[in-house]
Structure formats: structure tokens, C-alpha cells
Ligand binder design. Sequence first.
Ligand code: ZN
Length: 137
Amino acid sequence: MSTPSQEDYLEAIWVLTNEKGYARVTDLAERLNISPASASKMVRRLHESGLLTYERYRGFSFTPRGRKTGRLLYARHQILERFLTHLAIGTPEDIHRIVEGIEHHFDVNRVGQIERLVTYIDEHPEWWDVFRRKGSS
Ligand code: ZN
């Protein structure tokens, strides 16, 4: 991954804090494949922006606003992964990498249409099969 954006941090923090309620700089650095110093710098910045609360010795967690943002960013990632998985354009690793690249261009409030399509596909697998067979012949 190239330099993670603020959105990547928030998405990763959502995943980490969802497991334990809080996260540590070392966990975040490991997850994003960056140095603890870079992770620490961004944690301070997100704290100053009112998205994280920092508890000494305990690590950090989201403020309500941060949690909402993190949840939306994570959901956006999942919707795009489901969509590309249905299109079968690569391995799960490929798809993850592609989504990491494109997700920032989708406004979190505008992936609803893609989510509707993905949900429709899930609910009508026979419809999707017909579409896919047409595409490959
Ligand atoms: Zn992502």
C-alpha cells in the first residue's frame, strides 16, 4: 500500500476497536504496514480533530463522531468488495487491493446504489447467473 490516507486509518481503527473497544498504536501500525511513529502522528491528528479519544496506557478509541465515520468507511469497503466479488474479477487478495485503491473516490453517502445492486444480486442469484452467462459467451 502507498501512504495510507486518513480514511484508511479510520477504517483500520474501526476494525481494531470493533474487536476490543480500543486499539493501540502498535496494532494500527502493524495493520497498515507503517511505522509506529507514523501511526502515532496520525492518532494525534485524529485526536485533535475530535475523532479519537486517547487514554494514556489504554490506547485510543473513537468518539461517537469518529465511530460513525469509521463504520461508514468500513461499510463502503465491504460493499465495493462484495460488488467486485460478484463480478469475479480476481482473487480475494486482488479484490481487496483494488478496493483499497478505488474506495476513496466513492462518497460514503453515495454507495447506497451499489449496495442496492449487490443486495439484489444476493437475493436473485438466478438473475445474476443469466447475466454472467451472457457476458462470457
Ligand atoms: Zn478499505
